[in-house]
Write a protein that binds this ligand. Structure first.
Ligand code: FE2
Length: 329
């Protein structure tokens, strides 16, 4: 089974010699062969490994372009304007800017969303899951063989209030297809006991976040577990490399819950290195609003990402009314 291709998607009538369709969106074109994804725009071109491209594309689609900038690498990516999306090449890369090879187009979100979903579906082979750790999936490479539509259309787990509160998502369990991950076999599965005052039995809920995260099938894909106004707790399990370089448009707090992640932190707009952060269990850091970052997790680890989801923040920060850092000490 593969996805239908909506009318807004511009796709070649025929597949190429390797079995993949070619796509265009505005003045950008996208082509893949056995090993690589090729992107062109009026002033340049770019090549990425097919597996790295698909892992990044999967996050951009699943997160609906996320907060701020999703850099697929140092050249190509998207910037979310929440209704429209800039698709760019070389825009956040000093060398491309100086050589005037950078380029971007602003695109209506539904059009770029559908095009990216179609590319992802057409270019993902049977057996390759771009969400999975490389240890837990097959290869992205080769001539086109089959599809993996079920894997790439997984629904992101998101709570409306808090996980396990009446009316919200069921907890992850063996029964609903979420066995404990091989790396978290030592994580206790006991759930907290609740002793509610009489009359409040239906209103008090609790769950073990460690047990919950131990059952995540995917890596680098935050799942919202609690919502309180604009405060979103988005924990995630991480293994290998964050497939994108995330450019913040607001401050993000990180709480390292288990194991270890190494972060490369760069200037968001120019790409120069600003910091290297090694986070171990219990470490807390705030990533400023003017950086971009990529994480490396040597072993599957648990990370709590705390986001302020206020739609006012990007403008407040861009106009200088709110600082790019979270607190004065
Ligand atoms: Fe970020």
């Amino acid at each position: 089974m593969s996805l239908d291709t909506p009318d807004v998607v511009v796709r070649s009538a025929e597949a190429n010699a390797q079995g993949y369709h070619e796509f265009s969106l505005g003045e950008f074109t996208f082509r893949r062969d056995e090993f690589f994804a090729y992107i062109t725009w009026p002033t340049g071109s770019h090549t990425m490994s097919a597996d790295a491209f698909l892992r990044a594309l999967q996050r951009d689609v699943a997160w609906d372009f996320f907060y701020g900038i999703v850099n697929f690498d140092g050249v190509f990516g998207t910037m979310n304007h929440y209704g429209t999306v800039d698709m760019f090449a070389g825009r956040y890369n000093d060398a491309y800017r100086k050589a005037e090879l950078d380029y971007y187009e602003n695109i209506e979100t539904p059009k770029i969303r559908e095009t990216f979903k179609s590319i992802l579906d057409d270019w993902t082979n049977e057996g390759f899951d771009p969400f999975a750790s490389p240890h837990e999936t097959g290869s992205a490479f080769g001539i086109r063989h089959g599809t993996n539509t079920d894997a790439i259309t997984r629904r992101r787990v998101a709570a409306a209030r808090m996980v396990n509160v009446p009316g919200d998502e069921a907890l992850r369990s063996d029964e609903n297809g979420h066995p404990v991950n091989r790396m978290f076999a030592d994580v206790g599965q006991d759930e907290p006991e609740i002793e509610a005052e009489p009359g409040f039995e239906g209103e008090v809920a609790a769950f073990s976040l460690f047990a919950y995260l131990s059952r995540s099938q995917v890596t680098w894909n935050p799942s919202v577990v609690s919502v309180c106004k604009d405060s979103l707790f988005c924990p995630t399990t991480e293994e290998y490399i964050l497939p994108i370089i995330h450019g913040n448009d607001r401050v993000e707090w990180f709480v390292q819950l288990s194991d270890e992640i190494h972060w490369d932190v760069e200037d968001r707009d120019a790409g120069g290195i600003r910091a290297r952060v090694v986070m171990r269990p219990g470490d807390v850091c705030a990533m400023p609003a003017d950086i971009r970052h990529q994480g490396y997790a040597p072993k599957r680890s648990m990370l709590l990402v705390w986001e302020n989801g206020s739609p006012a923040l990007p403008d407040l920060i861009a106009s200088g009314q709110t600082p790019t850092y979270p607190a004065e000490f």
